[in-house]
Design a binder for this molecule. Structure first.
Ligand SMILES: NC(=O)c1ccc[n+]([C@@H]2O[C@H](COP(=O)([O-])OP(=O)(O)OC[C@H]3O[C@@H](n4cnc5c(N)ncnc54)[C@H](OP(=O)(O)O)[C@@H]3O)[C@@H](O)[C@H]2O)c1
Length: 302
């Protein structure tokens, strides 16, 4: 029988042989479908803005490689990047061809350009930087020149160079435009900001995504450092154990994940220890409606 690294890891962990990995960490990750295809993805992905923007030197890439490998070893798949994230695409282009890791990844990038030629050139640059001939998802970044770029993405999807198309925002002032776009186009995926202390997306966009069969990736699920700053020095409330949270990061991610329209938050994770912690949110119980309200009240009360 052939054993891949992940099954060896899981097997070793199950009998307590793998240092640093317990039984819980070896448990499979919760998966959710992309409604337009039915393909499932694990519900926590890696975001690469800011921290993956490093010179592609061995020293700078090493911790990022460790984070990505840990993520894939533990069953993660979705990685989110963008040409606007400085050198992040190039760094992934170093890490992913190694040991054929690219094969395990659901790779997402974006296009942020004015005009058809500029958009096409940027997309070709993404293929080169990521060193791949297929990108799973390209989304129009922050609704920049949306209709022009969507036309290009449709052609790429038709040609089989990308598998999914979508659009992103991370600011509430673009929600009306995003909503109009979701109503007039069949988007496979939208990506937007949603967090326990920033819940506006749940008013209209998330229900619309559910009704339209659009997958939802969630960016800035921690509000960068905002939520961690809010709870600094505080222990988790005892009720967090009712839905299997052992850290604040898991508390914040399980809140996002327990919205039925959400497919996959993509927290920024540039360290293996964050990967291990955050993937814990994709295991065990999720809060129910009453527990979600309790979580909101707790955070609103701080
Ligand atoms: N318009 C768009 O399309 C758009 C906009 C924004 C973001 N995004 C995407 O969404 C992703 C996520 O957003 P983000 O990275 O800006 O913000 P975020 O996910 O809310 O926060 C990420 C930060 O949280 C900290 N963190 C992560 N896991 C942790 C853990 N387990 N314990 C303690 N701290 C932890 C890290 O801070 P330190 O590194 O400082 O330790 C990390 O940089 C981005 O990487 C990007 O892929 C897309």
């Amino acid at each position: 029988m052939m054993l891949n690294r992940r099954s060896v890891l899981a097997g070793a962990a199950a009998v307590g042989l793998w240092p640093g990995i317990g039984r819980a960490e070896a448990a499979p990750l919760l998966q959710r479908p992309i409604p337009s295809s039915g393909e499932t993805v694990p519900v926590i992905g890696v975001g690469t803005s800011r921290r993956y923007n490093v010179e592609a030197t061995p020293e700078a890439v090493a911790p990022l490689r460790e984070a990505v490998r840990r993520f894939l070893d533990l069953g993660g798949r979705v990685i989110d990047t963008a040409p606007d994230y400085g050198r992040a695409e190039e760094v992934l282009g170093v890490i992913l061809p190694e040991d054929d890791l690219r094969r395990k990844v659901f790779l997402c990038t974006k296009v942020a350009a004015q005009g058809r030629e500029a958009g096409q050139a940027q997309i070709e640059q993404s293929f080169r930087r990521l060193r791949t001939d297929r990108i799973d998802l390209i989304a129009v970044h922050n609704l920049i020149d949306t209709d022009t770029q969507l036309a290009t993405l449709k052609a790429l999807k038709e040609a089989g160079r990308i598998r999914y198309l979508g659009a992103t925002t991370w600011v509430e002032r673009q929600y009306d435009d995003l909503e109009a776009l979701m109503r007039r186009e069949r988007l496979d995926v939208v990506q937007l900001n949603y967090a326990i202390d920033a819940r506006k997306a749940a008013e209209r966009i998330l229900p619309l995504a559910r009704d339209r069969g659009t997958a939802v990736m969630v960016n800035v699920p921690f509000g960068r450092e905002r939520l961690f700053t809010l709870v600094r020095g505080r222990a988790l409330p005892p009720f967090a154990a009712e839905f299997d949270c052992t850290s604040w990061a898991q508390f914040f991610l399980k809140y996002v994940l327990s919205h039925e329209a959400v497919t996959c938050p993509v927290p920024g994770m540039a360290q293996a220890r964050y990967v291990e912690d955050n993937l814990g949110a994709a295991r065990g119980r999720l809060p129910d409606a009453a527990q979600r309200t309790k979580m909101e009240e707790y955070i609103d009360g701080l």
